[in-house]
Write a protein that binds this ligand. Structure first.
Ligand SMILES: Cc1cc2nc3c(=O)[nH]c(=O)nc-3n(C[C@H](O)[C@H](O)[C@H](O)COP(=O)(O)OP(=O)(O)OC[C@H]3O[C@@H](n4cnc5c(N)ncnc54)[C@H](O)[C@@H]3O)c2cc1C
Ligand code: FES
Length: 280
């Protein structure tokens, strides 16, 4: 079954929002879940992307992705009217949405995309939500307006100070935690960012949920490609996650595994970029 792209927008350098027809996925999806998407069933790998939003009337899901390698660069070259061969899901366990009280949600870079539906659901469940959004610079900061609409307070930071406060996300996070009013933290972004957010919240004993972006192959718990160590046990991100207790995750191992295929990924992206030159 083909899944047509009905809308496409470039949000920032290399970041795209796409609305894709996937009626049954949209109907079944809960916040925190993801899909595996393939452009061409015969020759493409299947890429995990979080379902950032759904439109039940239109039968569509929205994904927001960064073109970082071969497959995501290929996705970015597609346009409205083109179709994906497969949109499998919804996969993974939904976020545990409850009324916790005061929740701080931290997004880094493309991590703002998977964070968005979680913040929306936490707010709807009656929580007070403070969103901290971070990016390397102003151009890379995405979804600020959308977060403003669903957060009680928003703090923006950039590494280079080109927008908002010049800081890493852990700075305002630490300040909020030290006031002793935070009941839960949700942190989604690069593994290194999540690692330091967890170190910050651990000092104050604040429960922290992270969503892991492990490398995935089959997405069914069979191949072991997405394995992570959590609390000394091996877990599979696709079926046991993608969200885990951040204080128990072995981030150093995750970071090492994310870098395992770097050489081959760079080669594949370079060859692919040459073929697509001028199309993006
Ligand atoms: C459950 C889940 C949800 C995700 N949701 C989103 C999302 O909503 N939006 C989004 O942009 N990305 C998301 N990702 C990450 C996305 O799947 C990867 O960026 C994608 O697989 C890269 O494929 P590629 O072929 O384009 O690049 P590759 O050639 O595979 O990699 C290119 C570069 O990206 C890095 N990379 C590869 N895989 C990952 C990964 N899983 N996470 C982080 N860096 C990676 C590599 O180190 C390499 O430097 C998610 C991952 C998971 C597991
Ligand atoms: S992707 Fe294969 S076990 Fe999770």
């Amino acid at each position: 079954m083909a899944h047509r792209i009905v809308d496409k927008e470039k949000l920032s350098e290399n970041v795209y929002r796409m609305e894709i027809e996937a009626k049954y996925v949209a109907e079944a999806r809960e916040p925190g879940q993801f899909v595996l998407i393939a452009y061409d069933n015969d020759r493409s790998e299947r890429i995990p992307l979080t379902i950032a939003d759904v439109d039940l009337d239109k039968g569509t899901i929205t994904v927001i992705f960064q073109a970082v390698g071969k497959s995501t660069i290929e996705f970015a070259s597609l346009n409205v009217g083109d179709s994906f061969d497969a949109v499998a899901g919804p996969l993974g366990n939904p976020t545990d949405i409850e009324k916790y009280g005061k929740v701080v949600c931290v997004g880094g870079g493309i991590g703002n995309a998977p964070l968005y539906p979680i913040v929306k659901a936490l707010k709807q469940a009656g929580n007070e939500v403070i969103s901290i959004l971070g990016a390397r610079n102003k151009e890379l900061l995405i979804l600020e307006e959308q977060f403003k609409e669903i957060s009680d307070e928003i703090i923006t930071v950039t590494d280079d100070g080109s927008y908002g406060r010049k800081a890493l996300v852990t700075e305002p996070l630490g300040e909020l935690c030290s006031k002793g009013e935070i009941d839960l933290c949700v942190a989604i972004g690069p593994a290194i960012m999540m690692k330091f957010c967890c170190q910050t919240t651990k000092k104050y004993d604040i429960p922290t949920i992270v969503s892991l972006n492990s490398i995935m192959v089959d997405g069914t718990g069979m191949c072991g490609g997405c394995r992570v160590e959590v609390g000394g046990e091996t877990k599979f991100t696709c079926v046991d996650g993608p969200e885990f207790d951040g204080h128990k995750v072995d981030f150093d191992q995750l970071i090492k595994r994310l870098g395992s295929y770097k050489k081959y990924e760079q080669q594949a992206a370079a060859e692919h970029n040459c073929k697509l030159e001028g199309k993006l």
